[in-house]
Design a protein around this ligand. Structure first.
Ligand code: CTP
Ligand code: MG
Length: 246
């Protein structure tokens, strides 16, 4: 059974505030997208390297930079590594990555969707997600228990005092990471459905699993990993610089 991966790296990194798009920012001597590609390609399956093919989405105006950043990775692996332009949103970038996968792939192939913004996701996390899909779960996300107390407030205004509407039961919550894993046919259907309902903002989803949930299908959570933390702000980058994959 084939396993393919889409690595999203087409964002601009507005909140990071770096001169380069986030995926091209260096941390511990390598660009984020290089770390993230290496962790996907280092994962092992039952019979050797797990990932058969990697498609990376890049900012259209930095396509060549991403291609050359990945030269070393390409030389290290037997798996094809291709770079395609992403879209205006993360969802559009994933869709562009899916469209670039080989047409001959079977619908029950496993596709892993991973963010370059999580450069130190360990290979065993990648393996855990893929194994859960192979074992029969059509959509799998890694998640960690939430450690903060979480309260629900009214419409978002981050600058003013707001009344608390409720305290959410923390034991039931998981903070979800990538890579997320899917049967390819299922993820394609979920993205097609999202495009069909793009006019309805109440149906928007911030991750791929959210699109699958909208189809009314089950999504499973497997244990996540703190090392797969997302780099969003300059502070996150400094933490990653200090800790790397520790
Ligand atoms: N991404 C993408 N295409 C987009 C937007 C985001 O491929 N149009 C990717 C990013 O490169 C990143 C992942 O999706 O690896 C998660 O997005 P996020 O952390 O929000 O990154 P950015 O969108 O780059 O950052 P910001 O929202 O601060 O601009
Ligand atoms: Mg973003």
């Amino acid at each position: 059974m084939s396993v393919v991966a889409v690595l999203t790296a087409a964002g601009s990194g507005t909140r990071l505030g770096h001169a380069l798009p986030k995926a091209l920012v260096p941390v511990r001597g390598e660009r984020l997208v290089v770390h993230a590609a290496r962790s996907l390609l280092a994962a092992r399956g039952p019979d050797g390297p797990l990932v058969d093919e990697l498609v990376v989405t890049a900012p259209a105006e930095h396509l060549d930079d991403v291609v050359s950043a990945l030269d070393a990775v390409r030389a290290e692996t037997r798996a094809p590594v291709r770079v395609v332009p992403g879209g205006a949103t993360r969802q559009a970038s994933v869709a562009a990555g899916l469209a670039a996968l080989p047409g001959a792939l079977e619908a029950d192939a496993v596709v892993l969707v991973h963010d370059a913004a999580r450069p130190f996701a360990p290979p065993d996390l990648v393996e855990r997600v893929a194994a859960a899909v192979r074992s029969g779960h059509g959509a799998v996300v890694p998640g960690l228990p939430v450690t903060d107390t979480v309260k629900r407030v009214g419409p978002a205004d981050l600058t003013a005092a707001q009344p608390v509407l409720a305290t959410v039961e923390r034991a039931d919550l998981r903070a979800v990471q990538t890579p997320q894993g899917f049967r390819l046919g299922l993820l394609r259907d979920a993205h097609d459905e999202a495009v069909a309902h793009a006019h309805d903002e109440s149906l928007a989803a911030t991750d791929d699993a959210g699109l699958v949930e909208r189809l009314g299908l089950d999504v499973w959570v497997v244990p996540g990993d703190e090392r797969a933390a997302k780099i969003t702000t300059a502070r996150d980058l400094r933490v990653a610089e200090l800790l790397g994959d520790a």
